[in-house]
Design a protein. Structure first.
Ligand code: 1GP
Length: 247
């Protein structure tokens, strides 16, 4: 179970590195190369999704599953991205926004399908934070991100998500964000919740990976930087393997 892997890692002070794959950015060949790279680099989780998806997500997941044992989690940008070929799904409720479809509406529509699929469900409070530019997720979700400096709002939103029973909080600056989530916001959220914290959006360098982990992220998500520079993957994963037992 993916939730057990996450919980066990957290109790062992181990951080998890998640690679985000947008199947639309790949041919079958480049996808297989990326998966081999992920395998060799020691990536812990693969998230699959995108704001728009034209490629066949079933086939992309099948290709991923046939080339690695790394758990594959759906990170759906829409209802059309749900497939039982994956191991699990980050069931995202966009709690920073006020779009009822993304808070609960789509979940109602998808619930029977997800139950039948036997996908492991990871209920996640998804919090969108301004990342220095307008991102696809902001446009497609028709929601306003929390301003980058409003740590108090991010904390209150994360706490509300936990109180509602969500099991993970994801602080998201948006794919390709110019600025990743600021360190004070990560620290503030981490200090006020008792569920695993996922952080992603705009993380590009080993230093950023280290800083985000030191601030309190349990799971780091990186996508764009690896699309642009696949050779960076090994180095970024390595940083997440450093000894963080003192935090
Ligand atoms: C986006 O948080 C993820 O949903 C990853 O963002 O593509 O900027 O790494 P990047």
């Amino acid at each position: 179970m993916i939730s057990q892997l996450i919980n066990k890692s957290i109790s062992n002070h181990k951080k998890l590195f998640a690679l985000l794959i947008d199947p639309d950015r790949h041919t079958s060949e480049s996808l297989v190369n990326l998966i081999r790279n992920a395998d060799q680099s020691g990536v812990d989780l693969i998230l699959v999704g995108g704001s728009l998806l034209n490629n066949d997500i079933h086939k992309s997941i099948e290709l991923i599953k046939s080339n690695t044992d790394i758990p594959a989690l759906l990170f759906p940008g829409s209802l059309m991205q749900i497939t039982d070929k994956a191991d699990g799904i980050l069931l995202l409720s966009l709690i920073s926004g006020r779009n009822p479809d993304l808070l609960i509406g789509n979940h109602v529509i998808a619930s029977s399908h997800i139950k039948r699929s036997k996908l492991e469900v990871l209920p996640t409070g998804y919090i969108l934070i301004e990342g220095g530019k307008s991102t696809s997720v902001e446009y497609m979700s028709n929601t306003k991100p929390i301003p980058a400096g409003k740590t108090d709002i991010a904390i209150a939103t994360a706490m509300a998500g936990e109180m509602l029973g969500l099991k993970y909080i994801y602080l998201e600056a948006g794919s390709g964000a110019t600025t990743s989530i600021n360190i004070n916001m990560i620290k503030g959220v981490k200090e006020n919740i008792n569920i695993p914290l996922i952080v992603g959006g705009g993380i590009k360098t080993p230093e950023q990976v280290r800083d985000v982990i030191l601030a309190g992220a349990d799971i780091i998500v990186v996508g764009t930087a690896i699309e642009q520079k696949p050779e960076l993957l090994n180095e970024l994963v390595k940083v997440s393997r450093e000894d963080f037992s003192s935090i």
